[in-house]
Design a protein around this ligand. Structure first.
Ligand code: ATP
Length: 318
């Protein structure tokens, strides 16, 4: 597959302070790649290096087959960029801003600009100083998308937008990809990346903790499991759960007030549910709850732990 972006050993220092410590990643053409990470992780710095707004201290970058240092305006025209913060002059209108950016990114079809403004519910004739944070964000998005670029680099695209407009932006991202484009977006909200991206990199303290597909992240995430069983001994239930790969944090207790001796078990599961289902089919289940995988928790663990400890398959009878 064609690569839209290839980054190898990217380092960036501000003075003596290194904020990117050798990033390596590739983005396949025609896909959406999301980078998530807490504030200060280095998402914006990475994007600015890709656009040659700032220069890397070390490493190599290829954007649409070119080195951004030498791509100049011709390469810039093939890219749509939404900066984290759009700096706007006060005494102007959205339409003037669009005209200004068209001169850099053009050619731009004015009917397409009007259609995008319509979709985003943005009044281009308002003074920019009167625009709310959300409306400024819409203007930033409009100028990024308006020339139908091959590559979109979007720094926190839905920040400050209401949920309906967020959905519209996700639709615009999908359409860009359907037309053959590539999207690199950043977010510190997992649900956004989960909805919009095919692959995700988790960035922490200037290093990539992991790169994975959203599906694989979901598979690795923990689910909470709770079930009740009648006519079984606690140690048999424990032994059964111990045979299931990915089951951990097992606790088995008597159901209070149940004279028939029912048991309730709780545990966590990561990975495939099939082996669990096979084992549970052997016992007389009276209730079963398996939660949705908690991706948020999985990612928070990756934010805070250098390497997450493997789940221990320990049985506890309480
Ligand atoms: N021009 C600069 N001079 C000095 N340090 C900088 C500069 N730009 C960024 N940094 C530092 O680099 C680190 C990464 O910042 P960056 O803005 O890339 O993070 P981010 O992941 O985009 O965070 P956020 O979600 O808050 O936007 C931070 O510690 C920041 O203070």
């Amino acid at each position: 597959m064609n690569h839209a972006i290839v980054v190898q050993g990217l380092r960036k220092k501000f003075g003596h302070h290194e904020v990117l410590h050798g990033l390596d990643f590739t983005i396949d053409a025609g896909t959406v790649f999301g980078v998530i990470g807490p504030n200060g992780a280095g998402k914006t710095t990475t994007m600015r290096c890709l656009l040659d707004i700032i220069r890397p201290s070390a490493g190599t970058i290829s954007v649409l087959g070119e080195d951004p240092r030498y791509g100049g305006p011709a390469l810039r025209r093939r890219i749509g960029y939404l900066p984290g913060e759009l700096h706007l002059e006060n005494r102007t209108t959205g339409r003037r801003v669009v005209e200004h950016f068209s001169a850099i990114s053009g050619p731009v079809d004015s009917r397409h600009v009007d259609a995008l403004a319509d979709r985003l519910n943005l009044d281009l004739d308002r003074q920019t100083r009167k625009l709310s944070k959300g409306n400024k964000q819409k203007l930033g998005l409009l100028q990024a998308f308006m020339h139908r670029p091959e590559l979109l680099i979007l720094d926190e695209p839905t920040s400050g937008l209401d949920p309906l407009v967020q959905q519209e932006v996700h639709a615009m991202v999908r359409e860009a990809v359907a037309e053959g484009g590539t999207v690199f977006l950043s977010s510190h909200v997992l649900s956004e990346v989960q909805q919009a991206a095919d692959s995700v990199a988790i960035l922490r303290d200037g290093g990539i903790v992991t790169t994975s597909t959203v599906e694989a992240l979901r598979d690795a995430a923990l689910r909470k499991l709770r079930f009740r069983v009648a006519g079984a001994e606690a140690h048999d239930v424990g032994a059964l759960l111990a045979r299931v790969p990915g089951v951990a944090n097992v606790a088995i207790r008597d159901v209070p007030g149940d004279s028939a001796g029912a048991l309730e078990a709780t545990a966590t599961l990561s990975g495939n549910v099939q082996p669990l289902v096979r084992e549970l089919a052997r016992i007389n289940l009276t209730d079963l709850v398996l939660d949705e995988p908690d991706l948020e928790e999985a990612v928070l663990t990756l934010y805070t732990e250098a390497s997450p400890a493997p789940a221990r398959n320990e049985v506890r009878h309480v």
